[in-house]
Ligand binder design. Structure first.
Ligand SMILES: Nc1ncnc2c1ncn2[C@@H]1O[C@H](COP(=O)(O)OP(=O)(O)O)[C@@H](O)[C@H]1O
Ligand SMILES: [Mg+2]
Length: 1066
């Protein structure tokens, strides 16, 4: 279940209603006016506000008091709340420590959330610009200003990180994001340095466009750089360093690399690195920074060769710095050792001798003629330094261009990406000694202040006008007068400086100062030592002029102004560089430059023009401001130096900014938003107001007891003059929220339960109806399929006798299929089962094959199953069948009776008989009846079979032995009697003639004899009678007849007559 939650932020921070233009409020207050008019004290809110101050200066009761302003900053700074708004301007105080407020979670918290809903943050500014760009399709810019070390560069990095992480991205765009992020460490390595003010001070101005596609993904970028402080390459003030890259290379570079560059791992060895006497800085780790930079170069798209060439140049600058000149006495400079020249010649790919010559001579072309003259010691040193500065400065510009190539948005088809510009430019700077660079930097800040004034005032004014509100213009200091003093044509300081640089004759820094005094000496914002009053004079040098900047007074020493403005490099040095084999240098020093005899623009004029262009760029965009403040000069966390801060508050024009904000009305808010937020405070507007929004707001504020002078109703917004009015309203809302929350909660619970129940019910109904639908559809489909099948079946049946065709193939297949299925179920299980389903016409042949296969299969299975004994039995039965089947009447009766091994066992045979058999193994024995050959008397005998012979045995006597070999044949009748005759040869004296026997197991007995004697084919089955020999040529006859029962007797004709019962009808 959803719960209603009220968000209370422990610091008392947060939650401010609308907008971009500063319609803010704080949610807690000392007193609140409830809709019932009861004043409620809110102690906790009071303490919170007391402790952390207001998050928007507009809410300061005493908004004209600088002390109150600074006190508010102090309170917040103490609580680590470094951000505060003045309307939509973000004031940021450098904490000089890592605060846990830049995590991904923080980014998420600010993403897509209105400005006023969350506490002030740099992410809120970033997000607001991004959303304005996306929703209004207007290019944006974020102007970050503040003095050196106030946190501008950090702020711009935070913004870039915010976009890199929160904006959508495709794969290809991820590389752009990486490059955007990685451009920073590279530019910082080459363009930042440790100064007294800041360990990582940007020594160039930077304006960066981030380009977004229509989906809001960053797709490209472009950087404009402004005036690099080149003089730092050759000289650093005490406590300062040269550009980071030199130290990074020396500390971090691999040994191999340093050897190739001819560098030693000790910055103290290099003249250009020792001037400030602080090669090491505790807050900087050159070695690890080197790794970061080296990696970043790769990400940006440098290949190894390019990196090497770039580092060759950096190393060359260091070698140049170490070139020493001799010739003090003669006035003609010469180079004392060749070591550096050797390195330089190799690293830069130039001729050593030419370089040597160029460093000690100057070439001038006058009236088409080349004049070469030697330099003195001082001139040579300055020529060398000029070369170092030029090489470094141009390489830096090349680097920016290279980065721009890498960031360029490559999609030609997408012409106009939306843009957010980030301006991180050197802040206002005042040192003990201020030179040309500070002059330019501070001029730049004047220009930005001018832009700020114009834009903020203008937008404020526009709004009042648009809303039809009368507004008293506020007084503020317009610094246009200073800008004009610097840049005006003919009369401005830059013009005067240029004039001095260009005019023939002995122009010098001092003549420039004099010219200043002559031309603009009377200006309210300029003074010189000569023109100043006694008090000022004491703090000014003779070679200084003082400018009263909007941010304060700065004394500039004119020393070096002309040189720096001229920024000249002797022609022969340029020529040498143009001949370099280093591809970066060939791009930096173009030969065309040598042919162009026109004087190049002076540095100041170049700077002025580029600033004018920058102003144009910024004017075309919707600006947001971040004003950075530095809390102390010691770069220390937690230290709030009030004097320093008051100074910055003043020169950043923050008080004026606030005054302008507050001049008319402290807050403004669109009617619908105001009404939406506060409608619960008035019974008529709660819970909904049906009428016009403006009338709702009017009813509401009247109910709250607003006095007429406290507010104005514009066209679309309500304007509230004093913060306290809004505080009271806000606090009343706070109280109301608690009681509402309870009510809402119970109402909500009931509502959700009811909704849940309704939802469940309607879901159940819906599921039911769906399910019914599904079932019905399934049924219908089944029916359709059935109809189809039946139709096909009938058609197939009609065409079943035709050739196979589409009409009948289903039917035919079906018939085949069902026959095979039926067959499978009804296969005969035994060989005796002859049943077989009738096949369809098409399967007759297959059916027959199958039937045979099945039979074979059954036989095979049966055979596999039978044991040896049974096999033996069957073999005997087979023999019996062969001999007797269909030939002897009692054969069928014998079939089901099993043949036995023997009919007489050991005990039934006389042991004497067994003894006289000797080794001969008995195979079968059966009791038989023997009929005498003469009288046919019946006698009981035993018939014994061995492997070789058959024996007739009487009691203990072997009466007769018949060798199988001499057994001529066996005769039986075809009737059911058991009489048989063993025919023996008559010529054998031992034999007494054929033997007439009768067995009750005639079939078995004769089968055994036939098998033992191998006489299967010697058994004769006779019809009617059998003739046998009696001995001595005499014969006897046995007659067989059918009768009712078995009778064996001697007949009258002397034959033996056998009557056999009829068993089978023949
Ligand atoms: N938001 C911040 N949080 C923590 N430290 C900061 C922050 N902003 C600045 N700093 C510290 O102050 C130093 C100077 O800030 P930087 O942005 O380089 O100043 P600027 O560009 O204005 O000269 C940084 O190197 C960093 O140590
Ligand atoms: Mg900076």
């Amino acid at each position: 279940m959803m719960e209603l939650r009220i968000q209370l932020i422990p610091t008392g921070e947060i939650i401010m209603p609308p907008g971009k233009n500063g319609e803010n409020y704080c949610h807690s207050c000392t007193k609140a006016v409830g809709s019932d008019g009861v004043r409620i004290t809110m102690e906790s809110a009071l303490t919170a506000r007391d402790r952390v101050g207001v998050q928007d200066f507009v809410l300061l009761e005493n908004f004209t008091s600088e002390a109150a302003f600074i006190e508010n900053l102090r309170k917040r700074f103490k609580e680590n709340l470094i951000y505060t708004y003045i309307g939509s301007v973000l004031v940021s105080v450098n904490p000089y420590k890592d605060l846990e407020i830049y995590t991904k979670n923080h980014m998420e918290r600010y993403r897509g959330v209105n400005f006023y809903e969350v506490s002030p943050h740099i992410y809120a500014v970033a997000d607001n610009s991004y959303r304005s760009m996306r929703t209004e399709r207007r290019d944006q810019c974020i102007l970050i200003s503040g003095e050196s070390g106030a946190g501008k560069t950090e702020a711009s990095k935070k913004i870039l990180q915010y976009y890199a992480i929160t904006c959508p991205a495709s794969d290809q765009v991820q590389t752009v994001k990486d490059r955007l992020l990685q451009s920073n460490p590279v530019l910082e390595a080459f363009g930042n340095a440790k100064t007294l003010r800041n360990d990582n001070s940007s020594r160039f101005g930077k304006y960066m466009d981030i380009q977004f596609d229509f989906k809001g993904a960053p797709v490209g970028g472009h950087i404009l750089n402004y005036l690099l402080e080149k003089s730092r390459v050759v000289h650093q003030n005490h406590g300062e360093r040269n550009f980071h890259i030199f130290y990074q290379l020396i500390e971090g570079g691999e040994e191999d690399l340093l050897r190739r560059l001819g560098l030693e791992k000790n910055p103290q060895q290099y003249q250009y690195l020792v001037k400030g006497n602080c090669p090491k800085v505790s807050s900087i780790n050159d070695r690890s920074d080197w790794k970061v930079v080296r990696k970043a170069l790769t990400v940006i798209g440098f290949n190894d060769d390019e990196v090497e060439e770039l580092l060759n140049i950096i190393a060359s600058v260091l070698h140049l710095g170490n070139i020493q000149f001799g010739g003090e006495d003669s006035g003609i400079a010469y180079i004392t050792t060749d070591t550096q020249i050797k390195y330089l010649s190799r690293l830069l790919g130039v001729d050593g001798l030419v370089l040597k010559e160029a460093l000690t001579h100057k070439k001038i072309i006058a009236k088409g003629e080349e004049l070469i003259s030697p330099l003195n010691l001082e001139q040579a040193a300055s020529a060398r330094d000029a070369l170092s500065k030029a090489v470094y400065g141009r390489t830096f510009t090349w680097l920016v261009n290279k980065i721009n190539d890498s960031l360029a948005f490559k999609d030609e088809s997408y012409k106009n990406p939306s843009v957010i510009g980030l301006l991180d430019i050197y802040g206002f700077e005042v040192f003990q000694h201020n030179s040309f660079e500070q002059f330019c930097i501070n001029y730049c800040n004047e220009k930005l202040q001018q832009l700020f004034i114009e834009l903020t005032l203008k937008s404020e004014q526009d709004e009042y006008e648009a809303e039809g509100i009368t507004w008293e213009p506020v007084q503020y200091f317009n610094n246009k007068i200073i800008c004009d003093l610097v840049e005006e044509k003919f009369k401005g300081i830059i013009s005067i400086l240029d004039e001095e640089c260009l005019r023939p004759g002995d122009a010098s820094d001092i003549t420039f100062l004099e010219k200043l005094e002559d031309t603009v000496g009377g200006h309210a914002h300029l003074t010189t030592h000569k023109l100043a009053d006694g008090k000022t004079r004491k703090v000014m040098g003779r070679e200084e002029f003082r400018l009263l900047h909007y941010a304060g007074e700065v004394n500039y020493n004119v020393n070096g102004f002309l040189d720096k403005n001229n920024d000249l490099l002797f022609r022969n040095l340029k020529e040498v560089m143009c001949m370099s084999e280093n591809t970066i240098l060939t791009q930096c020093f173009d030969r065309v430059e040598l042919k162009d005899n026109k004087r190049p623009e002076t540095a100041a004029t170049q700077f002025k023009n580029s600033l004018a262009k920058l102003m144009e760029i910024l004017m075309s965009k919707e600006p947001s401001y971040v004003r950075c403040i530095k809390p102390n000069d010691a770069k220390q966390a937690g230290r709030f130096d009030e004097v320093l801060i008051r100074h910055q508050v003043k020169y950043l024009g923050l008080m004026e900014n606030l005054r302008v904000r507050r001049a008319g009305f402290a807050y403004r808010r669109r009617y619908e938003i105001f009404l939406q937020r506060y409608k619960s405070l008035c019974p008529e507007t709660w819970p909904t107001w049906e009428g016009k929004q403006v009338d709702g707001v009017s009813t509401l504020v009247k109910h709250l007891g607003y006095k007429p002078e406290e507010y104005k109703l514009g066209r679309s917004k309500i304007f509230i003059r004093f913060p306290k009015t809004l505080f009271a309203t806000e606090d009343a809302l706070e109280t109301r929220k608690h009681s509402l929350a309870t009510k809402l909660q119970s109402g909500w619970k009931g509502y959700t339960q009811k909704t849940k129940y309704r939802k469940l019910r309607s879901s159940a109904v819906m599921i039911q109806s769906w399910w019914k639908g599904i079932l019905a559809r399934r049924r219908a489909q089944r029916k359709r399929q059935a109809v189809d099948s039946i139709r096909r079946f009938i058609k197939g049946f009609i065409y079943r006798h035709k050739e196979r065709c589409p009409e009948n193939e289903y039917f035919l297949d079906y018939v085949r299929y069902s026959f095979l299925i039926k067959l499978r179920k009804n296969l005969p299980k035994t060989v005796l089962d002859k049943s077989w389903p009738t096949p369809p016409a098409a399967l007759v042949e297959a059916s027959e094959l199958l039937r045979k296969m099945n039979m074979q299969n059954m036989v095979w299975r049966y055979c596999k199953k039978i044991n040896p004994e049974w096999k033996h039995q069957l073999e005997q039965k087979m023999v019996a069948s062969e001999i007797f089947k269909d030939k002897k009447d009692n054969y069928p009766q014998s079939v089901p009776k099993l043949f036995v091994g023997t009919r007489l066992n050991g005990e039934e045979i006389n042991p004497k008989v067994l003894q006289s058999l000797g080794n001969e193994k008995m195979k079968y024995a059966v009791p038989v009846t023997k009929y005498d050959r003469k009288g046919y008397k019946a006698r009981n005998r035993q018939l014994l079979l061995t492997s070789n012979s058959a024996f007739i045995v009487e009691e203990g006597k072997l009466k007769q032995r018949i060798d199988y070999a001499s057994l001529k044949g066996i005769s039986v009748s075809s009737l059911s009697d058991g009489v048989f005759v063993l025919h023996v040869p008559t010529e054998d004296n031992k034999q007494k003639g054929d033997v007439v026997l009768q067995s009750d197991h005639i079939i078995e007995t004769l089968t055994k004899v036939a098998i033992c004697a191998d006489k299967i084919h010697s058994i004769n089955i006779n019809q009617g009678s059998i003739t046998f020999t009696v001995g001595h040529g005499k014969e006897g006859t046995i007659d067989f007849t059918s009768g009712s029962e078995l009778l064996v007797a001697k007949a009258k004709n002397g034959h033996l007559s056998v009557t056999a019962p009829r068993l089978n009808s023949r």
